[in-house]
Design a protein around this ligand. Structure first.
Ligand SMILES: Cc1ncc(COP(=O)(O)O)c(C=O)c1O
Length: 364
């Protein structure tokens, strides 16, 4: 049995509806802005339960514009978990902040609270927790730690569409939540896309202008912003996919359950230990093992594709020049392995993967 990590074409729901819509938009010269974009923003804010949503060109810009909207002093410190995609830190650097990396906990790979407490100083003005792999991060504890200090929180939800804490969407706990609709995400478009959600009118109004050269309409520039808009075609695709998204969540949760049931018995593998009140969207199913490369080769020989998210921790990238020790994150990039999980995969395929991993550990 050959099992791909993912096949984005196969994942498309209602293909004809999507193709007809694209045709219609092209024929009617609708490429930037318009009703599709406005409707998507409304539907995404209803989906997440936030007051406001602004769509932007990608998840990195969503982070950058969200940070800019806070109007923090240059050089303010921002705490970021070290196991994340580069954008989380990159956006902060580009917005003029000083990045302080925080260690991650090994249960769900979110911010390590003990290290967070140590890293907060009176220069800390922002924390960007990441709901990595779709696992809700411990945002309630983070908020308790922040308490009454004037520290803002932007939740990076790029991988966590529909992830919940006590039935409330991630991205609605902090000041702003940011999303990516990169094609490989659970909710992905046909190119780049992103969005920010917030309940704060000032941040919303700033980002609404900042994504469009500081203007709400043509020639109405109030400050210098940038060109970071979600294309009309992408918005129309996302609207169709969002309508089908509940099914995606159910499917991914079902497949994750099969992994848990069939891999929990293996003492060589660490699986996520998620808080019972959290609901993951299972963007990735990541296991932690000591002989990762050997297992990956074994699975590849069985025609099972796997990936690594991520092979390095951000403090290992030399240009961050980060010297402090982060014990949990040390060598983490050499131990983690992402197993296939998506609505395209069948339970039969996931059982097959589990069976092969069990066979591997009988021999190793
Ligand atoms: C955690 C995280 N943050 C931010 C981003 C950036 O999103 P985009 O690729 O849409 O710019 C990604 C995308 O992979 C991500 O995984």
């Amino acid at each position: 049995m050959k099992i791909k990590f993912t096949n984005l074409y196969k994942l498309l729901p209602e293909k004809n509806k999507i193709f007809n819509k694209i045709n219609y938009l092209i024929k009617n010269n609708q490429f930037v802005g318009g009703e599709e974009v406005k409707k998507f923003e409304l539907e995404f804010s209803l989906f997440t339960g936030s007051k406001f949503c602004v769509s932007v060109a990608n998840g990195t810009d969503a982070l950058f514009l969200a940070i800019k909207s806070l109007q923090l002093k240059r050089g303010s410190e921002v705490i970021i978990p070290v196991n994340t995609w580069i954008s989380t830190a990159e956006a902060a650097v580009d917005a003029g902040l000083k990045v302080i990396f925080c260690d991650v906990n090994l249960d769900d790979y979110s911010i390590d609270l003990k290290d967070l407490k140590k890293k907060i100083t009176n220069k800390t003005k922002l924390i960007i927790p990441v709901h990595l792999y779709g696992n809700p991060t411990n945002i309630l504890e983070i908020k308790k730690i922040v308490n009454k200090r004037s520290i803002k929180i932007i939740e990076d939800c790029a991988q966590a569409h529909g992830s919940l804490i006590k039935n409330k969407h991630v991205g609605t706990f902090g000041d702003i939540g940011t999303y990516s609709f990169f094609p490989g995400k659970n909710l992905g478009c046909f190119g780049d896309g992103g969005a920010i959600i917030t309940n704060n009118k000032n941040y919303y109004e700033f980002i609404l202008r900042a994504r469009n050269h500081g203007a709400l309409k043509k020639y109405d520039h109030k400050f210098s912003g940038q060109n970071s808009r979600l294309d009309t075609i992408q918005a129309s695709i996302l609207r169709i996919k969002l309508k089908n998204y509940k099914k995606v969540l159910i499917k991914r949760n079902k497949l994750a359950k099969i992994y848990y049931e069939n891999l929990s018995n293996l003492k060589n593998i660490a699986l996520y230990k998620l808080n019972k009140k959290y609901k993951s969207c299972y963007h990735q199913f990541v296991i932690r093992v000591n002989n990762r490369n050997k297992l990956q080769r074994f699975l590849s020989n069985k025609k099972i594709s796997t990936m690594i998210h991520y092979p390095y921790m951000l403090n290992e990238l030399s240009f961050f020049n980060y010297k402090k020790k982060l014990p949990n994150a040390k060598n983490l990039g050499k131990k983690i392995l992402s197993l296939p999980i998506s609505e395209e995969h069948t339970p039969k395929e996931i059982y097959f993967i589990c069976k092969q991993i069990n066979i591997f550990y009988k021999k190793n």
